[in-house]
Design a protein around this ligand. Structure first.
Ligand SMILES: *Cc1c(COP(=O)(O)O)cnc(C)c1O
Length: 449
């Protein structure tokens, strides 16, 4: 008997058939009711932000590409009116409201949203280790962590992680820069260039023929209880989650700077590409603390790997994997190719997310192409998963019901749709050109080719 016998849901058939759709979360509750009962608080987000500020001088020295932000790893928000018009035209849906991008595809250091969570987790570990060994206190200047003595300490430790690519990049690049040994267990999905880049930085890359969950497990086993190895547990890490959540504080300031206020009459609709749920979960958690019920967060997953949605439908106690319902977990969106969600992330955002949506690989390429043509911006396919959010919200029965239910059907013209573009900076030119071309070739066709 498979786990799917335990629950029945008419939506299961749509998931199995890989038909893209929008699912609205009937367990969404007011932020003011949900947030006080959670194990993490607003103070935890602020602590993470303070730690990142303390580390900024060190990050600036190790990563000059943080440029004018001097050690603060951050991306811009960018208005994308041409993309809005193009998507409206191409997909025949009038996208009312403004479309903006949160440009995490350009995040320095690791080139993806993982530069928030992954780098933060490495910094937390480094700080804790140096303090524990009596070589550092948190009131010391953080540049001291680059001293020969502390680098020697770090070099005796290994950081290990399982990844489909981008988490490995962020942990590998930042860990190696601080002087740690890093071992990345890559799933079969990882792109060749990501492995190459890591090896150039002196990171040990172990290639697995299996999927993400198995690569994580292999990594965990290999580490065992070695006291000199630290295992980054993407599926259960509070540090990763809080690193991601800091984005919300920064976003709030950026919106203010652009004169965009968020309130009942000007709702903020956020579309987040989702793998295990840590990145979109941490961001949602942060945004709900700031904007409450005026922010609406939707998670976007490939039709081949809708693991978080499946968890929302089947429960997270013993999450059903996408294999259990006959899906392959094969997708070109390597950053999202996971069969099982993070229970940790889910337990926090279960009652905070507005819904989930699924998107076909072919549409990801079309979105990559459309973004490149209209705004001249290059992202990887995973990073475009959220683009079908406004289309589904404004055109489907479920989406229209959501707008009515939350009384935003009248204010939708004043809404801000924020597409979180989660990766792309480090993609080699030839790889990007292949993505773009694939989108262009099927762009005119309306039926799946
Ligand atoms: C990892 C990743 C995500 C999703 O993050 P999860 O924590 O796995 O949900 C989204 N986009 C890109 C490009 C990623 O690499």
């Amino acid at each position: 008997m498979t786990r799917t016998d335990d629950f029945s849901n008419p939506l299961l058939e749509r998931l199995k058939a890989q038909v893209p759709f929008l699912w609205v979360n009937d367990r969404l509750r007011p932020a003011a009711d949900v947030l006080p009962a959670l194990p993490l608080t607003h103070t935890d987000i602020q602590d993470a932000a303070s730690r990142l500020s303390r580390f900024a001088p060190l990050i600036a020295r190790l990563f000059p590409d943080t440029g004018s932000d001097a050690g603060i790893i951050e991306s811009e928000i960018v208005a994308a009116p041409r993309l809005r018009d193009e998507l409206s035209h191409r997909f025949g849906v009038d996208i009312r409201g403004d479309v903006w991008l949160k440009a995490d595809h350009a995040l320095p250091v690791a080139g993806s949203v993982k530069a928030r969570g992954g780098v933060y987790e490495v910094l937390v570990f480094a700080e804790r280790l140096a303090v524990r060994e009596g070589l550092f206190t948190t009131s010391d200047p953080y540049l001291k962590l680059a001293s020969p003595e502390i680098r020697r300490l770090f070099s005796r430790y290994t950081i290990a992680v399982g990844s489909t690519g981008n988490l490995g990049l962020s942990i590998g690049i930042s860990g190696a820069a601080l002087g740690f040994s890093v071992t990345v267990h890559m799933s079969r999905d990882a792109k060749a260039w990501k492995k190459r880049l890591l090896r150039q930085r002196g990171v040990t890359v172990v290639e697995h023929e299996s999927d993400y969950t198995s690569a994580v497990e292999a990594g965990r086993q290999a580490v065992g209880d070695d006291p000199f190895t630290y295992f980054v547990d993407d599926e259960n890490s509070a540090a990763l989650f809080l690193g991601y959540s800091v984005a919300a504080l920064r976003l709030a300031e950026q919106m203010k700077r652009h004169g965009i206020s968020v309130n009942e009459r000007r709702p903020l609709l956020v579309y987040l590409p989702c793998g295990v749920g840590g990145a979109p979960g941490g961001i949602t958690f942060g945004l709900k603390h700031i904007f409450g019920d005026s922010v609406h967060c939707f998670f976007a997953e490939p039709t081949g790997s809708p693991s978080f949605l499946l968890g929302m439908l089947s429960g997270f106690e013993q999450p059903v994997s996408v294999y259990d319902i006959g899906l392959t977990n094969r997708t070109e969106a390597d950053g999202l190719a996971v069969a099982r969600p993070s229970r940790f992330a889910a337990s926090i955002v279960e009652n905070l997310i507005s819904g989930c949506l699924t998107v076909r690989d072919e549409d990801l390429f079309r979105f990559v192409y459309a973004l490149s043509e209209t705004e001249g911006i290059a992202v990887e396919p995973s990073a475009a998963a959220g683009f079908s959010g406004p289309l589904l919200l404004l055109s489907t029965k479920e989406g229209k019901e959501y707008l009515r239910w939350h009384r935003i059907e009248d204010s939708i013209g004043d809404a801000v749709h924020l597409l979180w573009t989660t990766g792309g900076l480090l993609v080699p030119g030839d790889d990007f050109e292949a993505f773009r071309l694939r989108g262009e070739q099927t762009y005119g066709r309306t039926k799946e080719g």
